[in-house]
Write a protein that binds this ligand. Structure first.
Ligand code: GLC
Ligand code: MG
Length: 543
């Protein structure tokens, strides 16, 4: 049982964050790649979903070797996406519609095309040299240590001219910035100021838990349980235990400094990308005296098996621990690095998952297209573009193209994403003629309208936002039941993770309050205490 929330909530606590992958949202200039004007044109659609903020994956100048996560100029827009004027117009229109705008801030590494790195390459005593992480070769002339890149191969590349290696936790064209250098921190903090002064409301901070590395540069120990890495799906990177390249004490310090910069402006926020277990994740919220990120991304709905008992257990622990830490929880089912959740949990469980995301206590993040039930799109080898996938071309689990395909707006050729006859940067799903916004708009039973029904319920029942969370024993392994309570308002969320009907009862000692069904994922309105059908999600108002 958690404490009810007192006082008023901030927008990033009460609202839903909607992530846009700009290359795939809406193309307006006919190059088959989405752009800022396209996003601006679609903002009314986003507002109509009942979400409160949009987060744009990187739109900065970039050679696009990691599709924008390799930034060549942090304070300019890539011409592919438009201009600073287009961006200002986007922010203005978003604000007019009551939407906040969040950018993707990529502090761990720049592109090798960035002027800073180009300077650093010039000589060992160039003033920018120490802005990146350099090491001499090992005595045998090889790499300085065994550290690996997420995308395969060593985390070190030799600069022939100077005879030194530079560090990159991702591609060789994404050199790691040296956050130990105070000049780097100042330059990167000025980037935040630049965008906040332009009206940006918040930032998603890329791989924030990787900012610092241990200064001894020791080999990392071998990992006996190597598995697919959480970003990019490679196995090789997870053959090491990353005790020297992740989650370092200095990283915590730098984030505290970063937070002070965010707090120079009113009502701004940052959410940090952090793939860590709960006990290491929550400290990224910081303390009241030394706050860190407003939301440390909680990816556990992605990382855990789709299993009612395990998810309940995690939700209980996370809710309690967040309360104890004074931190606000958050939930994520999908993003541009993870396979589409409808594909992951299966079509039958899709609405159960969507209901869970939007009713648990904490800020939900929604990945574009998930509201219409977009699925992974199989990408033929010749069309693969993600560098992480290209490293392991025969492994369909690696690679992130399948979840990055163009938004499906309507049934016209190219799904309304771009003009007919244009080659889109990634292929469209072959089901776009039926799975698209326009087709679902007027169908009361569509996934899109189910999503809207859920966001509407959050508006009419603040218990779903600020209320306490308490899970209940359903007596069935497949059924996850929880209550959200705020004042006199109590909602019961009943989720059947299985394919069998179960009576909706509680174990002795718990009370089932009389109630009224507000929403069922099966498009009808069964009595509140009717058996919970296979794959049903039901929300009941208790009175
Ligand atoms: C983050 C991004 C991912 C990118 C990587 C390197 O994990 O989400 O897309 O490839 O960082 O910047
Ligand atoms: Mg375009």
């Amino acid at each position: 049982m958690t404490q009810p929330l007192t006082g008023s909530l901030k927008w990033w606590q009460s609202g839903i964050i909607y992530q846009i992958y700009p290359r795939s949202f809406q193309d307006t200039d006919g190059d088959g790649i989405g752009d800022l004007r396209g996003i601006t044109r679609r903002l009314p659609y986003i507002a109509s979903l009942g979400v409160q903020a949009v987060w744009l994956s990187p739109i900065f100048k970039s050679p696009m070797r990691d599709f924008g996560y390799d930034v060549a100029d942090y304070c300019d827009i890539d011409p592919l996406f438009g201009t600073l004027a287009d961006f200002d117009a986007l922010v203005q229109e978003a604000h007019r519609l009551g939407l906040k705008v969040m950018l993707d801030y990529v502090p761990n590494h720049s592109s090798s095309d960035h002027a800073w790195f180009q300077e650093a390459l010039k000589s060992r005593d160039n003033p920018r040299r120490d802005w990146y992480v350099w090491r001499d070769p090992a005595p045998d002339g090889g790499v300085p240590n065994n550290w690996k890149s997420f995308f395969g191969g060593p985390a070190w590349t030799l600069d022939q001219a100077s005879g030194q290696y530079y560090l990159h936790q991702f591609l060789p064209t994404q050199p790691d910035l040296n956050w130990r250098n105070p000049e780097v921190r100042q330059a990167m903090f000025d980037v935040l100021r630049f965008w906040m002064a332009r009206g940006v409301d918040g930032f998603r901070v890329d791989v924030i838990w990787l900012l610092a590395e241990d200064e001894r540069f020791l080999d990392e120990p071998l990992n006996e349980d190597a598995n697919r890495e959480v970003i990019g799906g490679q196995v090789e990177h997870s053959t090491l235990i990353h005790i020297y390249t992740q989650d370092q004490p200095e990283t915590h310090e730098y984030i505290r400094e970063m937070r002070q910069v965010i707090d120079e402006f009113d009502d701004r926020m940052m959410v940090g990308e952090i793939y860590l277990p709960l006990d290491k994740l929550l400290p990224y919220s910081g303390t009241p005296d030394a706050p860190m990120v407003h939301l440390p991304f909680n990816f556990h709905l992605i990382l855990l098996a789709w299993n009612a008992a395990q998810i309940r257990q995690f939700a209980d622990e996370y809710d309690a621990a967040s309360n104890q830490a004074g931190a606000w929880p958050n939930w994520v089912l999908g993003n541009h690095d993870q396979h589409r959740f409808k594909t992951r949990v299966g079509a039958a469980q899709y609405r159960v998952a969507q209901t869970l995301l939007l009713t648990l206590r904490g800020t939900p993040t929604v990945y574009y297209g998930d509201e219409i039930g977009m699925q992974n799109v199989p990408i033929p080898f010749g069309r693969m573009v993600d560098p992480a996938g290209l490293q392991q071309p025969d492994s369909p689990a690696a690679g992130r193209d399948p979840e990055r395909t163009p938004m499906q707006w309507d049934a016209t050729p190219n799904a309304g994403f771009t003009g007919a006859g244009v080659e889109t940067w990634l292929p469209l799903a072959d089901d776009f003629a039926s799975v698209n916004v326009e087709a679902q708009q007027n169908d009361p039973h569509s996934d899109l309208n189910y999503f809207r029904a859920l966001t509407k319920l959050r508006e009419t029942h603040p218990a779903l936002i600020g209320g306490t969370y308490e899970s209940l024993d359903s007596g069935h392994d497949d059924v996850f039941l929880f209550r959200r309570t705020l004042g006199p308002d109590t909602l019961l969320v009943a989720l059947n993770f299985g394919a069998e009907t179960h009576p909706l009862t509680l174990l002795p000692g718990q009370t089932m309050l009389p109630g009224q069904t507000l929403l069922s994922s099966l498009n009808d309105q069964p009595p509140a205490d009717a058996p919970l059908r296979a794959n049903e999600a039901r929300i009941v108002l208790n009175s």
